[in-house]
Design a protein around this ligand. Sequence first.
Ligand SMILES: [Zn+2]
Length: 114
Amino acid sequence: MRITLWALVAIPFLLILPYVAAATCGLWSFRRAIRIASLTPCPRCGTVVGRAPVIAAKDTYVQQEKERQKQHPGLKLRTVAEWAIRCPQCGNTFYFYPGSNKVQQVSRFMTTTT
Ligand SMILES: [Zn+2]
């Protein structure tokens, strides 16, 4: 009786656990990506862009994704996240990929689609 009660408590917990772990991990890597991006120097002028342009770029990306989902429901056009970060110093736009934490001067999507 006691074992079945434990099982009733433990089984849902064990089922939820991977999701909680994945969510925590995702949030952690997301925060890490923001930190790495904000410490990245602009490829043109070398200024460390800081947090604000990174957050703005991330918000723009999320907004664009929402619009895209609205226009093409159920269709995933972009599987790779891309943050277009605008340098506050010289106005240069460069691209950060939170999946790989890499920076590129030219958008990956520009180079693959043209
Ligand atoms: Zn710059």
